[in-house]
Design a binder for this molecule. Structure first.
Ligand SMILES: CC(C)(COP(=O)(O)OP(=O)(O)OC[C@H]1O[C@@H](n2cnc3c(N)ncnc32)[C@H](O)[C@@H]1OP(=O)(O)O)[C@@H](O)C(=O)NCCC(=O)NCCS
Length: 173
């Protein structure tokens, strides 16, 4: 397993993991019909745009055969909340690669870059019903914010896990 910086050539692999992991993670949380309709070409276009954003840090995890099995993306906090500077926007692994310590390694890679870019603190948003909230708790995160979001026509609660000092998360990685 190798973690490396993503390039524009990786859009298909990233989009595939994104859709596949959404379908397994959000089953029972988001409507089946919506999950089944997620489209690879649309996601590829979104990721191409994301990868062109210079302030963003995106990394992929590859298995021994060079297949992309996960990705993580971070950068400046997106809502211009002046108290929070850094954010991990997304972290997804294919189901068969979860709970093997790869998520920890991916977070470490992106957090190291956010620290290099002098982000002092950190937030990561997750749907409140997502079992992966356990991951952020295990990394020392505390819920510091909550908001309602509309996805696939339904209202869901998102919680923001925060670290007042971004270096604190390194103690768990
Ligand atoms: C969330 C995710 C990136 C974590 O990566 P991972 O490689 O599975 O996690 P790790 O193996 O590094 O786990 C580190 C610790 O976090 C905790 N943890 C991880 N996933 C958990 C879960 N689903 N429930 C409870 N605790 C969890 C555990 O304490 C774990 O340590 P342990 O396995 O020794 O008990 C990955 O599971 C994933 O892609 N999940 C589906 C997509 C998703 O929900 N992404 C986040 C959207 S906000």
């Amino acid at each position: 397993m190798k973690i490396r910086k993503a390039t524009e050539k990786d859009v298909t692999g990233i989009a595939y993991v994104h859709i596949n992991s959404w379908q397994s993670t959000y089953k029972g949380i988001l409507p089946n019909q919506y999950l089944a309709s997620l489209n690879l070409e649309t996601r590829k276009k979104n990721w191409l745009r994301n990868l062109k954003m210079l302030h963003n840090a995106t990394y992929v995890a590859e298995n021994g055969e060079g297949q992309i099995i996960g990705f993580v993306a971070g950068g400046p906090e997106q809502t211009n909340d002046h108290h929070i500077q850094g954010e991990v926007y997304a972290i997804y692994l294919l189901k068969e690669y979860q709970r093997q310590g790869i998520g920890r390694k991916m977070i470490k890679t992106v957090v190291d870059e956010l620290i290099d870019k002098e982000h002092k603190n950190l937030i990561i948003w997750a749907l409140k019903d997502n079992p992966s909230c356990g991951f952020y708790k295990a990394l020392g995160g505390h819920v510091i914010a909550e908001k309602t979001v509309k996805m696939a026509g339904i209202e869901l609660i998102e919680v923001g896990y925060g670290w007042d000092d971004i270096h604190e998360i390194l103690l768990y990685l």
